[in-house]
Design a protein around this ligand. Structure first.
Ligand code: SF4
Length: 317
């Protein structure tokens, strides 16, 4: 860690720390070789370095699954919780400590199945946090069961003759919830796009939902294989208010200009299509945030203890 820029800490001491990538690197990642989670981890550590986020002011929250090991690999605060319950834990952290930067990492089983109730209501609450859905279309940690986003007919250990149902679409589901404020999709094998999407999500004030198409070479290698090898399988949503990386123009020639302020068009573009669409589908910072609406009175620590004691007294026998 070098010491360059400076800011004033609450205790009056000048904070001149400058953070390098290694300052955010926690334990050695134990994901399988070739797992897309590795590149997401790198992109996230790059983001924290670029934004110079203070490790002690940053929290990663996860549930259960391969992607939920994420907090272990960041040298920040972290909470590796229960299956599907990352969002309520993160919401509590953010409401109690609005000064912290809160990130949530979930897999498709974690978010779209057991955690689906929390996901839907958190979109409506629009609490300021970044929520990443690392979507490999399968339960990986528990060894290859069909998840809500497994494509129809794709075989798994639980449905060996192929998934019976059409996959749930996390983009249309999120965009369909009242008060959705940021919805984007990116792919972990396009690092520049992944990074810019994470950056846009971080700068959004509200619930920023990013679905990241993630390769799992163990259980779902075939699903994204064509998209990785053939840029024509991708369609970029570009706009001055969205994401446009000129260096990628030569590779990803399928582009569509989409204003992220247009919700109806975002919903149309999020429908299943014969290419993967990447970019910011929707962004609206005017959506109300729960933390601004609840208007809790500001109380001192002594007042909180007094209120707590009064509450206990109600049950005295
Ligand atoms: Fe990644 Fe799949 Fe291995 Fe899990 S099982 S660590 S998702 S490659």
């Amino acid at each position: 860690m070098t010491h360059l820029g400076c800011s004033l800490l609450s205790c009056g001491v000048v904070d001149d720390r400058h953070f390098e990538m290694e300052d955010y690197q926690g334990a050695i990642a134990r994901w399988c070789p070739g797992c897309g989670d590795h590149s997401i981890l790198t992109a996230m550590q790059r983001l924290l370095e670029e934004e110079q986020l203070k490790p002690e002011q940053t929290v990663f929250v996860s549930g259960i699954g391969c992607s939920s090991r994420f907090p272990h690999y960041m040298k920040t605060y972290g909470f590796h919780g229960l299956h599907g319950r990352a969002i309520p834990a993160a919401t509590g952290i953010k409401l109690e400590r609005p000064d912290l930067d809160v990130f949530v990492t979930m897999g498709d089983g974690d978010c779209c199945s057991i955690g689906a109730g929390h996901w839907i209501h958190a979109i409506r609450y629009n609490v300021d946090m970044v929520v990443l859905l690392l979507d490999n279309n399968m339960y990986g940690l528990t060894k290859g069961q069909t998840s809500p986003t497994t494509p129809a007919t794709f075989p798994s250990n639980t449905q060996p003759y192929g998934s019976y149902l059409e996959a749930l679409n996390p983009l249309t589901a999120t965009l369909g919830v009242t008060n959705a404020s940021f919805v984007a999709q990116t792919a972990e094998w396009i690092p520049a796009h992944l990074f810019e999407t994470l950056k846009a999500a971080y700068h959004h004030k509200g619930f920023a939902f990013v679905r990241i198409l993630q390769r799992c070479p163990v259980y779902t290698e075939k699903i994204y294989e064509d998209a990785v090898r053939q840029p024509d399988a991708i369609e970029m949503l570009i706009h001055d208010d969205g994401i446009h990386i000129p260096d990628l123009d030569e590779i990803y020639k399928n582009q569509i200009i989409h204003d992220p302020g247009n919700l109806d068009e975002a919903r149309r573009l999020a429908e299943p299509f014969d290419r993967f669409r990447l970019g910011i589908f929707y962004r609206n910072e005017k959506r109300p945030r729960y933390e601004d609406l609840r208007r809790l009175p500001v109380r001192t620590a002594e007042e909180k203890v007094e209120l707590l004691n009064q509450e206990f007294d109600r049950y005295a026998v």
